[in-house]
Ligand binder design. Structure first.
Ligand code: SF4
Ligand code: SF4
Length: 183
């Protein structure tokens, strides 16, 4: 048991990975609690998630992280392909052939890790034109958090924003105080 950094955000990736590994069972129990037992409507839960997301995101600078741009291939839809192709002065067909591929799940994603558009200081070189998946990640602002909570558990050990929002939700809605987080 530890009582560290209560109410302080954790942004160290090694620490986040360690906590997530140790708390995996607890995280799944909390996910089941959210999904099946929490006595709040989807709208009420989404409002709480938004509030916690705003609080956490205002304190975490993605430019000091950039992990998603280094380690995840962003999905692209036809609209993204048209926009990026125009930006690169290519036809959509050529952009699709030369700059994207299907991943293991059959989703079309941009080629290249780290992302070819990742610039210095973790800045996105095509910020205004970036794919929708990049704008939406880590999907905490989408509606119906309850039905998407399964993907949150898999992201808890990856994205510092998700980790801290999830932790805040456990402290707020779960049945244990935050200081019971395990080493
Ligand atoms: S969204 Fe998450 S993983 Fe991506 S840069 Fe921000 S904190 Fe890091
Ligand atoms: S397009 Fe920009 S935001 Fe998206 S992964 Fe690449 S660098 Fe990151």
């Amino acid at each position: 048991m530890i009582a560290l950094m209560d109410h302080k955000l954790i942004t160290s990736i090694p620490l986040i990975e360690r906590y997530s590994r140790h708390n995996e069972d607890e995280d799944w129990r909390f996910r089941n609690f959210l999904k099946h037992h929490l006595k709040l409507s989807n709208k009420e839960l989404d409002a709480i998630v938004q509030e916690e997301t705003d609080t956490v995101w205002s304190q975490i600078d993605c430019l000091s992280c950039g992990r998603c741009c280094r380690e995840l291939e962003p999905g692209v839809d036809d609209e993204d392909i048209r926009r990026l192709a125009a930006m690169e002065k290519m036809s959509p067909g050529r952009f699709k052939r030369e700059r994207t591929h299907l991943d293991d799940m059959g989703n079309r994603v941009l080629n290249g890790l780290p992302c070819v558009y990742l610039g210095s200081g973790n800045a996105c070189a095509i910020y205004a034109d970036r794919p929708k998946a990049c704008r939406d990640y880590p999907y905490l602002r989408d509606s119906d958090f309850r039905s998407r909570s399964i993907s949150m558990v898999s992201n808890v050990g990856f994205c510092p924003i998700v980790f801290n929002v999830w932790d805040a939700l456990k402290a707020k809605l779960g049945r244990r105080p935050r200081e019971r987080r395990k080493r």
